[in-house]
Design a binder for this molecule. Structure first.
Ligand SMILES: Cc1cc2nc3c(=O)[nH]c(=O)nc-3n(C[C@H](O)[C@H](O)[C@H](O)COP(=O)(O)O)c2cc1C
Ligand code: SF4
Length: 431
């Protein structure tokens, strides 16, 4: 294959390839007319090892946050001797600033279904679940219809397309808890219990839904599968950054002139995303959260950063689900830290003490600082608290809860100092 040029790469669409076409309405006929379900037909002719090897070779990593290699996850579940096996799609989309999965669910639902069916085929699973965010009423109805259409065409159901493979997909609505996006809390909720995180390991791949091997992937991850199988792992692995190839749906929000969801190759820089696609910062750039409220703040020094998973991590933050939130200089960082911490305190499931008590204590301290009642030792106390939560919380919610606070103290110490010593908010937001 010829080396793809940079300009062509910027035009690359994998996930949104159909929905921008004129007349495309996302029903099964539109999907089939664009080559939909051809990947499933191809997969049915090969072996499950062929599918898994192709996904492994593509170097696709999960798009839900943890960036775990997808092919490896499928292989672990496939190799497990336990039966039955399950496929679960995480469509909870709860991270503040994330609104990308909704586009797939509403505008191209068969892209997701085909990826899940192929996953089921590779594992020898017969049942799949889509755990959908409770507030996604429209997406729920569209998915329900898409599942019926797929059943009518025998892409789902008994003996799919005359093969020995049978697979069904059930829809399950969440009840609005952010923690239920965390994979083990999601599984508890799916099993009918209160959504609270389990201790890991064991990971769901080995001990998942009803304690059976379960592949749990994000919507965007599944949406990549059919194109990888049709066009090949080599094609996919050459798109974007070699460190985590492919495209990413970046959710650009906050103080930018053109917020939105942009599908771009993963070698796009933060600067290009904001300036070329987001039409620049609305005001003067102060900070950026590259992976939503769970990530560490970046500043203008990091604008040249490539938005692939390892590069963002190396820069001291994380890409997560790609919720790039831009913050201009009209925001007080004490206020930003306080509001993020309040979110995590509200959403903590309460199962483990460090997160349950730690987020509450951090919230109290930040409210005090914001109101001019802070103590000189408070920033250090908050940093210590962040370390304790990171080290001892049971799940990612608690581990990441004070990332914004910690990085705000590190990168904008003067703003905390002024609130504490001068009892003053330079922007007049807090006091
Ligand atoms: C607090 C918390 C919330 C999460 N919310 C989501 C979510 O809404 N959607 C999602 O796909 N992953 C979410 N995740 C990540 C999942 O636990 C899991 O890693 C992911 O769904 C696996 O799919 P992937 O490998 O395709 O990324 C969350 C993790 C944490 C700790
Ligand atoms: S870290 Fe927080 S959200 Fe996770 S299990 Fe503990 S209390 Fe629940």
């Amino acid at each position: 294959m010829n080396k793809v040029t940079r300009n062509q790469r910027l035009e690359t669409r994998i996930i949104l390839k159909n929905i921008e076409k004129e007349g495309y309405i996302g029903d099964i006929n539109s999907y089939i007319s664009e080559g939909g379900y051809l990947a499933l037909k191809k997969a049915l002719k090969g072996s499950s090892e062929d599918i898994i090897n192709e996904i492994k070779k593509s170097k696709l990593v999960g798009r839900g946050g943890a960036a775990f290699p997808t092919g490896l996850k499928w292989e672990f579940a496939k190799k497990s001797k336990e039966f039955p096996k399950y496929v679960v799609c995480n469509a909870d989309e709860g991270e503040p600033g994330t609104f990308k999965d909704r586009i797939i669910l509403e505008d191209d639902p068969h892209l997701l279904l085909e990826g899940m069916i192929i996953c089921g085929l590779s594992l020898g699973a017969q049942t799949g679940f889509i755990y959908i965010r409770g507030e996604y009423f429209k997406a729920y109805e569209i998915l329900k219809k898409a599942i019926e259409e797929a059943q009518e065409h025998n892409f789902l159901g008994e003996s799919i397309l005359g093969s020995e493979f049978s697979f069904k997909i059930n829809l399950y609505r969440g009840a609005g808890a952010y923690v239920c996006g965390e994979e083990t809390a999601l599984l508890d909720s799916l099993e009918g219990r209160k959504g609270q995180s389990r201790v890991k390991p064991p990971f769901p791949t080995f001990v998942g839904f009803k304690n059976k091997p379960t592949v749990l992937n994000n919507v965007e991850t599944f949406a990549n599968i059919s194109q990888i199988l049709l066009k090949g792992a080599e094609w996919f692995s050459k798109i974007g950054s070699p460190l985590s190839p492919g495209t990413k749906l970046y959710c650009l929000s906050g103080d930018v002139n053109k917020p939105g969801v942009y599908e771009l190759p993963t070698d796009i820089t933060l600067k290009e995303l904001i300036e070329k696609y987001g039409a620049g910062v609305d005001g003067k750039l102060k900070a950026v959260l590259p992976g939503g409220a769970s990530s560490n703040l970046l500043t203008d020094k990091e604008l040249g950063l490539t938005l692939d998973y390892p590069s963002v991590q190396k820069a001291g933050s994380m890409l997560g689900s790609g919720a790039v939130i831009v913050i201009n200089d009209q925001h007080c960082m004490v206020d930003v830290a306080r509001r993020c911490t309040e979110f995590f305190d509200d959403e903590s499931c309460g199962r483990c003490a460090p997160c349950r008590e730690g987020t509450k204590r951090a919230r109290e301290i930040l409210v005090n600082i914001a109101l001019g009642r802070g103590e000189p030792g408070d920033p250090l106390l908050l940093k210590e608290l962040q370390g304790v939560l990171y080290d001892t919380s049971r799940c990612g919610l608690g581990q990441a809860a004070l990332n914004v606070t910690n990085s705000a103290i590190e990168k904008f110490p003067a703003e905390f100092e002024e609130h504490i010593t001068k009892r003053k908010c330079r922007l007049g937001i807090c006091l």
